[in-house]
Design a binder for this molecule. Structure first.
Ligand code: ATP
Ligand code: MG
Length: 201
């Protein structure tokens, strides 16, 4: 049975924290592929100005192009209206019913999964995998994971790996201030941001 992970996010822009998490899931969970899924119009970020989805998508595509086991899907960016995770998982399960699907997220997402539409279905349609993120202690995550597992009677996998203190918010702020972002993002992305003069305003 093939095992694939879906790694969703706004990726505004993709950074080394994302790539690190994608690699770790690939090897620790023995996945055949990790599919990056940039969101089009995420329900929880409706009041935030997002960079155009095609730009976010193309950045990821260029960054992962030489990684055989990384893939990208345009399913959510092409979807009309809001993109809900349970619908994405339904779609992928229907498309490849023999594949075991994993959904990869940072601890921040675990904290509010109860607010996601049809959380119960989400946990049914995939193995939900959580990574640590700056701002959350391991104990806090495990406690919350236990609560969610109990509430929905479903198992959640916690991958305890070293975390990189990087966020897209921080990258955007740094670019705006004219600060250096080397080693926080792939060199290729740094060049693309400069070329397109993104996040300067
Ligand atoms: P923003 O600051 O704009 O929210 P972000 O860095 O949190 O950006 P997202 O696109 O929101 O990136 O996140 C996509 C997924 O990647 C989420 O599951 C998030 O928890 C996870 N993630 C982002 N950065 C890291 C990191 N440094 N370490 C582990 N997981 C991360
Ligand atoms: Mg985020």
């Amino acid at each position: 049975m093939s095992k694939k992970g879906i790694f969703g996010g706004t990726f505004d822009p993709i950074h080394n924290g994302h790539l690190h998490v994608a690699y770790e899931s690939l090897y620790k969970l023995h996945l055949d592929k990790v599919i990056f899924m940039p969101s089009g119009n995420p329900p929880h970020k409706t009041n935030k100005k997002l960079t155009d989805s095609c730009i976010r998508y193309n950045f990821i595509k260029k960054i992962i192009q030489n990684e055989e086991k990384f893939d990208i899907s345009d399913y959510e960016i092409n979807k009309k209206g809001l993109s809900y995770t349970y619908e994405t998982l339904e779609f992928f399960n229907k498309m490849e019913p023999k594949t075991k699907w994993y959904f990869i997220t940072g601890a921040d997402c675990l904290m509010d999964i109860c607010l996601w539409k049809n959380a119960n279905k989400i946990l049914e349609l995939c193995e939900f995998v959580v990574f640590n993120r700056p701002g959350y202690s391991k104990e806090e995550i495990i406690m919350h994971k236990n609560k969610v597992e109990e509430k929905y009677n479903k198992k959640i996998t916690f991958l305890d790996i070293p975390i990189l203190e990087i966020s897209s918010t921080n990258i955007r702020k740094k670019v705006k201030k004219g600060e250096n972002i080397s080693y926080l993002v792939p060199e290729k992305l740094e060049d693309l941001l400069t070329k397109m003069n993104l996040y300067k305003l």
